[in-house]
Design a protein around this ligand. Sequence first.
Ligand code: ATP
Length: 255
Amino acid sequence: TAGGEILVVKDLYKAYGGIVPVRTVSFAISAGKVHALIGPNGAGKTTLLNLLSGHVAPGSGSIRFEGQEIAGWPAHRVASLGIARTFQNLKLFGELSALDNVLLGAHRHIETGFVASLLGLPSSRQAEASARADALALLTDLGLGERAHEPAKGLPYGLQRRLEIARALASKPKLLLLDEPAAGLNPQETHELGEVIRRIQQAGVTVLLIEHHMDLVMGISQHVLVLDYGALIAEGRPEAIRQNPKVIAAYLGAD
Ligand code: ATP
C-alpha cells in the first residue's frame, strides 16, 4: 500500500539499567518513502534500529509491521517478514566473493542451491543457477557487476559498504534499515550512495536510515525523525527539520 503506513511504532521503550536509550517513542513509517533518523551521538538511534530489526527486545511498547505485532520477535522472524538491515560496522565474509556474500543474504529465498551446498545438503542446480543470476543482476544494478567474483575484502571500502546493502536487498525486503551507510565514505562515494538509495526507493523498497551526513539526509529523504536523549523531539519534511529551533539546538547547531 504505497503511501500507507508500513510500520507503526507506539510507546516503544528500552532501558539498560539506569540508561534509557529509547523512552516511549512513537512514529510511523510510510510505504515507499525514504526516512532518516538523526540525532546526536548516544541519542538512541542504533538501539531503536535494533528494536525494529529484532536484534534487541523492547522493555515495552508496540511495533506493528503491515498490521502485525512484531515487538519482541527474534531477528530471523522479523527478517522473514521483509525487514532487512545493515550494521554500522561491516559484517561481510571477507574471503567469500561479492556474489557469494549476496547469495548468503538471499538465503531465505533459496530452499536449495548455494546455502544447501554450504550445509552439505542435496541441492537443485536450477534453483542455484537462478539464485546466482538474481544475485548477479542485483550486483550489476548497484554497479558491482564487474567485481562480483572478487573476494569482498579486496574491494575498496565504499564498495564494501555498497555490497552490504546489496546483501540486505537480496532477501527482497519491503523495508530496508541502514545504520550509518555513509560512515567512512569520501564525498564522491557519499554522492553515489545517495543515487543507490534513490534507486532502491524507485524499486519500491521503503527505507529508514540513520545518518549523520546532513547533505545526504536532506538530499534523499522525504521524512526526518529526530531523536535526542531517547525521545523523538521533532519529525517532518527535511526543509522544516533543518529550520526547527529544537533540532538546531539539540543537533544541527553543533555542525
Ligand atoms: P551513535 O550516533 O553514536 O551511534 P546512537 O544514537 O546510535 O549513537 P545508541 O548506540 O543507541 O545511540 O546508544 C544510546 C545509549 O544507550 C548510549 O548511552 C549507549 O551507551 C547505551 N547503550 C546502547 N546499547 C547498550 C547496551 N547493550 N548496554 C548498555 N547500554 C547501552
